[in-house]
Design a protein around this ligand. Sequence first.
Ligand code: 5GP
Length: 245
Amino acid sequence: AIRNEDKGEFPMERRGLLFVISGPAGAGKSMVAKKLVERHPDVSLSVSCTTRAPRPGEIDGVHYHFVTDEQFDELVRKGAFYEWAKVHQNRYGTLKSTVQEQLAQGHDLILEIDVQGCLQAMEQDSEVTGIFVSPPSRENLEKRLRARGTESEESLNIRLHNAAREVEQAYRYDYIVVHQDWDEVPDALDRAIEQVYAIIEAARAKTKHNMRFLNALSASLKAGNTIEPFPAFQSAAPTRARMTK
Ligand code: 5GP
């Protein structure tokens, strides 16, 4: 498992923290994750591998690493995936190398992945923070799924059925963020984004992730020597370009 402890020399080698975000289709998790990293460039979004075909406007290496079934098989065989799952008709996976590189560079990383993938990640690594993005009600989820326009009655029912199974697993996550109805709460998206960011900030502020700083400060106060001050994460913003490889 990939550890998130602050193992390196403070502050340059601070390891990043890993967050997994999931929730039922239609709850808006991908929008929350996408907008969060746009607004907070001190957080990175992982780029997954997928066997599905690119949609118009999707760029290989930016939105996904688009791979063939054979290439995906080979990656599974080599044990290259941190987690992977079959979602609908296609396979999706997060590369171990992506996670390792980002954390080693000190970037806090979000995996926006399906529930199966989140459960895998949280099971294999107790340091992973799991965030479940939930709709406020069944009616609202149904409304959002219908608003996508592409939902036939049959696929709508499949998605609602899947949502029931996914919400049943939500207790395994560390946090739940309710994405409110836009008609009732006009800034619902902003609120969900800021709530997720607050969770990230809280994880960063855990004492166990700041022991090098505390030890250095303590020593400095006793000995009167100078240490590098606590870094401002925001100013060390990793860009989207740096996070994709
Ligand atoms: P889409 O095809 O619409 O981009 O994504 C479909 C689903 O696949 C979404 O629920 C998304 O969260 C999930 N997904 C995307 N990347 C990964 C991944 O690397 N691993 C897993 N387990 N799910 C993923």
